[in-house]
Design a protein around this ligand. Structure first.
Ligand code: DAU
Length: 330
C-alpha cells in the first residue's frame, strides 16, 4: 500500500462562530490554549501520517499558514491547498486531488477533536485496505450530522443531516479513503445545501458494491463548530491538564486543583479554581478564575469573575459587575 497522506479540511465559511471567527478561522480557536487544528495535526503525526495537506479558504488561509507553518514544529510536512469556494467536503477532496495522487489518505475535519486519536483507525485501515473506513458515534441530535444506517455491523446507507434520521449514529469528522473516492466525488450533484457532500460520495461507494467499513469511537468526540461544543471540548481537554506553575503566583492567591500557569503570567490577589489554564504573559489581578476556563496569552483580567469560558489572546476584562460564564471572548 502507498504510504498514507493526511488531508485536513480547514476551509469553509465558518459562519456559526461569528463574530469571533469573522476575521479569523474557526479552526484556530483555542481549546485549552491550543488551536483546534493543532490537535488534528498532532493526531495524524502520532499515527505516523506526516505528509499533510491542509485545505484553506482564500479569506482565512493566511492565518492558518502562519499558525501551522511548514509543519516542522509538528514533525510533519505541510502543503497548503486553496479551495476557492466552500462547496463542500467532497469538493475539498477533489481540490486536493493533485496533492493526494494515488495515495490512500486520512481526511480530518479541522474543527474536530477526538480524545482517543486515530492510531487504531489508521492501523485497521492499513490491515484491511477497504475503499473507505468511517468513524461513527452515538449522538443526541443525529439530524445535525451525517448519519449511518446499519444492518448488523454493516453500513448500508449514509445520509447527510436527515430530517428523519435512520439511527443515532453520526459520522465523525475523520475518514480514511482509497483513490476510488475521487470517482465517487466527481459523480455528485450539489445537495440541498449547495455542497458536494462527502457523505453522499461514501454512500455511492456502498451502492456500487465497494468496501466501506466502520468503527465506533471509544472516547469522546467533539465537532467544535458551535459555541456550546467549543466550550465542552475546552472542559474535556482541561480535565486532563497536567498542573504546573511556570509563571508568578503571589502569596495572596489561592490556586486549587488542576491549574497550569504559563511562563510570564502574573497572578495576584486572586482565586484560580481549576481545571484552568492561564496563558503566557497574562495578568490576573484581584479576580476569580473559575473551573473550566482557558485564559489566553497576554490576557488581562482584573476585579472580575470568569467561569467556564475561553478568553482569546490579548482579551481584557476589568471591573465586570457580574460573573462571566460560558463565553468565548475575543
Ligand atoms: O463534524 C462531523 C460532521 O462534519 C459530519 O457528521 C457530517 O457528515 C459532515 O458533512 C460535516 O458536517 P458539518 O456541516 O459540520 O461540516 P462543516 O461545514 O462544519 O465543515 C467541516 C470542516 O471542513 C470545517 O473545518 C470546514 C471545512 N470545510 C468545509 C466546507 C463546506 C472545507 O474545508 N471546505 C468546505 O467546502
Amino acid at each position: 500500500m502507498d504510504d498514507l497522506k493526511g488531508l485536513i479540511l480547514s476551509g469553509g465559511a465558518g459562519t456559526r462562530l461569528r463574530p469571533i471567527t469573522h476575521t479569523s478561522a474557526k479552526q484556530l480557536v483555542p481549546v485549552a490554549n491550543k488551536p483546534v487544528l493543532f490537535y488534528g495535526i498532532e493526531a495524524l503525526v502520532e499515527a505516523g501520517v506526516t505528509e499533510i495537506g491542509i485545505v484553506i479558504a482564500p479569506e482565512t488561509g493566511d492565518e492558518i499558514r502562519e499558525a501551522a507553518g511548514d509543519g516542522s514544529a509538528f514533525g510533519a510536512t505541510i502543503t497548503y491547498i486553496t479551495q476557492d469556494r466552500p462547496d463542500g467536503l467532497a469538493h475539498a477532496v477533489l481540490t486536493a486531488e493533485d496533492f493526494l495522487g494515488s495515495s490512500p489518505f486520512v481526511m480530518y475535519l479541522g474543527d474536530n477533536l477526538l480524545a482517543e486519536g486515530i492510531t487504531r483507525l489508521v492501523s485497521a485501515f492499513r490491515d484491511s485496505q477497504p475503499d473507505a473506513l468511517i468513524l461513527l458515534t452515538k449522538v443526541d441530535d443525529p439530524s445535525s450530522y451525517g448519519v449511518a444506517e446499519l444492518d448488523g455491523d454493516r453500513v448500508v446507507r449514509l445520509v447527510e443531516k436527515p430530517k428523519d434520521p435512520p439511527s443515532d449514529l453520526a459520522l465523525v469528522g475523520v475518514y480514511l479513503f482509497g483513490p476510488t473516492i475521487f470517482e465517487a466525488a466527481r459523480a455528485l450533484e450539489p445537495s440541498w445545501r449547495g455542497e458536494l457532500e462527502i457523505t453522499e460520495a461514501i454512500d455511492r461507494l456502498i451502492e456500487s458494491g465497494k468496501r466501506v467499513e466502520s468503527q465506533v469511537v471509544s472516547g469522546w468526540w467533539k465537532d467544535t463548530g458551535q459555541l456550546a461544543d467549543m466550550l465542552e471540548a475546552n472542559r474535556l481537554v482541561l480535565e486532563e491538564l497536567a498542573p504546573r506553575i511556570d509563571g508568578e503566583v503571589s502569596d495572596d492567591c489561592r490556586v486549587e486543583s488542576r491549574v497550569a500557569v504559563e511562563a510570564g503570567a502574573v497572578i495576584s490577589g486572586s482565586v484560580v479554581r481549576g481545571p484552568a489554564i492561564i496563558g503566557r504573559d497574562a495578568r490576573i489581578t484581584d479576580a476569580f478564575i473559575g473551573p473550566y476556563t482557558s485564559i489566553g496569552d497576554e490576557v488581562e483580567v482584573s476585579r472580575s469573575e470568569i467561569e467556564n469560558s475561553i478568553l482569546l489572546t490579548g482579551a481584557r476584562v476589568t471591573d465586570l459587575g457580574t460573573r462571566m460564564e460560558a463565553c468565548l471572548l475575543g
